[in-house]
Design a protein around this ligand. Structure first.
Ligand code: SF4
Ligand code: SF4
Length: 535
């Protein structure tokens, strides 16, 4: 990343109009403006047709000969299958209410990152191919022929959308640009165009059960290493069950929590919590991923990867599923899981989740049988079931980033805040127009958390980074909490760029640090192994 923050800000000029109309503006495939293509062997192994070698910065993308027909047929099939897609293509009145709501537009000023224009890239072809007015009036009606440059433009801009749905919040018609992006990406896949940062995790998940490709024995060993650390830090030995049938709860979390810093500290927090309350649970090395990069690829892939959660719950005889801190996992669970895979509950022991410690019945999870860990922990705290020493987190001055998917995708606003405020004493909100349902994206979601587009990510991260900087400067905030594994990967470079001095944590890392367990020794270090003053 060559630009410094002020240099980046100096490049943004919202008043500067392009010298050409949007249909004539050429694509810019300079280095850093496009994510790398998917490896052909991975694309093929997943059953995608027309997988081939190509590069975005070369003139010839080696498309199949009949690529226009493939896209046309794919477009038609999706219009027939998804009523919402057809409606979204027809009803936009171009009022512009969404125009300045996208973080990529805010951070770059490129008009094609206005959600209305992003959707128009697809809608213009829809008009030409599927409406009478577009066929007759052509450009006068905002219609255009699907030429190669149009397809390239789709690739450029539908991989500059994180499917965060902030724009749809402001649309008077409820047009969901994220779903338009999902359709565009599906169509691009039909002609062999996908990106490796998405397809490799999908391929890994398809083979091993998790995005990172962790084999079952390695998954178990990593968790056991965490248990060794927990024992060293707390004096309490935890031996979590793996793949054991007959437990009430199956716990599933994103594999980022098992593999990467700071997610592993969040996972240690989960383990401490379950030990403290004596939860009857098991982990699974098969359903070893709650996240779902299939969601960023296409509906069929999303359905397939999601299915392992119910399949494993059925195999193990679990009564319900407790899910860890993740964003898109919960969007898939709340918006699609029941429709896609609800039938898989048949013949299982799954039932409406009930907290065995408090007796609370989670009626909101009656369909999916899945409870979010912050709902679960908030319920435990509310009923006085946890022995907490929030003073152990007194060195932290914390703010909370609402992950787009848990906030806008499931309305989970209060439970994470309730948990944080009970496990630490210094909490500060970012400005209200950047939180809860209006939260700004980390700019690395939906598979864009890749190094080669770091400038695009930092531009998209401007609104969130600016809000973090605000609370850092005003309240000395030094910790940004979140409940999403992608955020735990994308927010550290974002904070480092826009608000240096602010670190990133999962909520259950702070829970683990505040939690007291029977038989624990004097807590001298936190879950990161850093010295801690005993309270
Ligand atoms: S707010 Fe909705 S109707 Fe208005 S331009 Fe945006 S997508 Fe179209
Ligand atoms: S990134 Fe978010 S705000 Fe921008 S167009 Fe996509 S869904 Fe809308």
């Amino acid at each position: 990343m060559k630009l410094k923050p002020q240099e980046l800000l100096d490049t943004i000029d919202y008043s500067k109009l392009p010298s050409t109309g949007w249909m004539e503006t050429p694509n810019d495939f300079s280095p850093g403006r496009w994510p790398y293509p998917a490896k052909v062997e991975l694309h093929k192994a997943l059953g995608f047709k027309n997988a081939h070698e190509w590069r975005a910065d070369e003139e010839d993308w080696h498309l199949p000969e009949n690529w226009q027909d493939i896209i046309h047929q794919g477009f038609k099939a999706r219009l027939d299958k998804y009523r919402s897609f057809k409606v979204f293509m027809d009803i936009c009145v171009r009022c512009g209410a969404c125009a300045d709501k996208c973080h990529f537009y805010v951070g770059g000023g490129d008009p094609k990152n206005m959600p209305v224009l992003r959707a128009e890239l697809l809608r213009s072809v829809y008009r030409k191919d599927f409406t009478m007015a577009g066929k007759i009036l052509g450009k006068l009606n905002g219609a255009r022929v699907l030429e190669k440059d149009v397809l390239k433009e789709w690739f450029l801009y539908f991989y500059q959308c994180t499917e965060c749905r902030r724009c749809s919040l402001f649309c008077p018609y409820g047009i969901d640009t994220a779903e338009i992006t999902m359709m565009a990406r599906e169509l691009l896949h039909e002609v062999g165009l996908g990106i490796n940062w998405i397809i490799e995790p999908v391929s890994n998940c398809n083979r091993t059960g998790n995005h990172l490709g962790i084999q079952p024995h390695a998954f178990k060993e990593i968790v056991e290493f965490m248990c060794d650390d927990i024992e060293e830090y707390t004096g309490v030995r935890i031996n979590p069950p793996f793949n054991e049938p007959g437990h009430e709860v199956l716990f599933i979390t994103p594999s980022g929590d098992v593999f990467a810093d700071p997610g592993i500290y969040t996972f240690m927090g989960y383990l401490l919590l379950f030990e403290a309350i004596g939860l009857d649970y098991t982990l699974s090395t098969y359903a070893s991923e709650g996240g779902n990069f299939g969601f960023f690829t296409g509906a069929d892939t999303m359905q397939k990867l999601n299915g392992k959660m119910y399949a494993e719950a059925k195999r193990l005889g679990s009564k319900w599923i407790l899910g860890g801190e993740c964003g898109h996992m919960w969007r898939v669970v709340n918006q699609y899981m029941d429709t896609m895979n609800g039938y898989m509950q048949e013949g299982s022991n799954l039932t409406t989740p009930r907290n065995p410690i408090t007796g609370t019945v989670f009626h909101n999870a009656a369909q999916t049988k899945m409870v979010h860990i912050t709902e679960f922990t908030a319920d435990l705290i509310k009923h006085g079931k946890l022995n907490l020493s929030p003073e152990r987190n007194d060195h932290l001055r914390v703010t909370y980033h609402d992950s787009c998917n848990t906030a806008r995708g499931m309305g989970l606003f209060e439970e994470p805040r309730y948990v944080i405020k009970n496990v630490c004493n210094n909490y500060f909100e970012m400005p209200p127009q950047t939180t809860r349902e209006q939260t700004f994206c980390c700019a690395g979601g939906s598979g864009l958390n890749t190094e080669e587009i770091m400038e695009i990510r930092m531009r998209g991260g401007l609104p969130r980074g600016n809000a973090v900087k605000y609370v850092r400067d005003k309240h000395d905030v030094n910790m940004l909490a979140c409940i999403c594994a992608i955020d735990r990967a994308t927010l550290p470079p974002l904070a480092n760029f826009w608000a240096p001095g602010v670190s990133v944590t999962g909520v259950h890392e702070m829970v683990g640090n505040a939690l007291n367990l029977p038989g624990q020794k004097k807590r001298e270090v936190n879950l990161r192994g850093e010295p801690l003053e005993e309270v």
